[in-house]
Write a protein of this length. Structure first.
Length: 203
């Protein structure tokens, strides 16, 4: 099975068939898809002017899309190295049991759903690498009350998410399922209250 770098080379190969190059870009998302597979594909198509069903897209657009994806992957791999080093230090110091932060990290292992978007058509507009930098910065800071990606304050609690975690806070501005560790307890309680108001108004 081809790895991410091999697939990215196929996307960039000017001698390759365009349909194969497009297919290789889709296969890259099986190795690394920060918003989840469908939402990341939708994001790349929207940002780079690729028709989601176009079997022979402009090669320059394909290359731009894989460049963005690879740059974001480099950001994530650097973070993974720092995370692994931190866990080694913690284990050396006797801290064996992972906390809530590590539980979030476990679900994103390999780079799938780092900034998951439950609705594939609703995702941040910023480049993937910038979104991941914002998220990683928030994970290393004190919890806050706003979305770490778009800084929006309209976060609602959802009980019907399509992927693990099956429930949690979602930013209605950019669509990201906000990692629980980056929010204060008050922000989570506020998100649950908004959910309650919305459910009551629908009923």
């Amino acid at each position: 099975m081809a790895g991410f770098r091999s697939l990215a080379r196929q996307v960039r190969d000017p001698r390759g068939d365009l349909a194969l190059r497009r297919h290789s870009l889709r296969k890259c998302l099986e190795r690394f898809a920060p918003y989840g597979h469908r939402a990341t594909w939708h994001h790349l198509c929207a940002r780079h002017g690729i028709g989601p069903d176009d079997r022979a897209p402009d090669p320059g657009r394909l290359v731009a899309a894989v460049d963005e994806l690879e740059e974001a992957r480099d950001v994530w791999l650097a973070y993974e190295e720092e995370f692994a080093e931190r866990r080694r230090r913690e284990k050396h110091n006797g801290l064996r049991r992972p906390g809530a932060f590590d539980d979030w990290h476990r679900r994103t292992w390999g780079g799938n759903g780092i900034a998951r978007c439950d609705d594939p058509a609703v995702h941040p507009v910023a480049p993937l690498g910038e979104v991941l930098r914002r998220l990683i910065t928030a994970l290393g800071a004190a919890p806050g009350a706003v979305c770490p990606v778009c800084r929006g304050n309209r976060i609602v609690w959802r009980q019907d998410l399509a992927n693990e975690p099956w429930f949690g806070p979602v930013c209605t501005g950019c669509g990201v399922v906000v990692p629980r560790p980056v929010l204060t307890n008050d922000a989570v309680r506020a998100a649950k209250r908004i959910r309650g108001v919305e459910l009551a108004s629908v009923a």
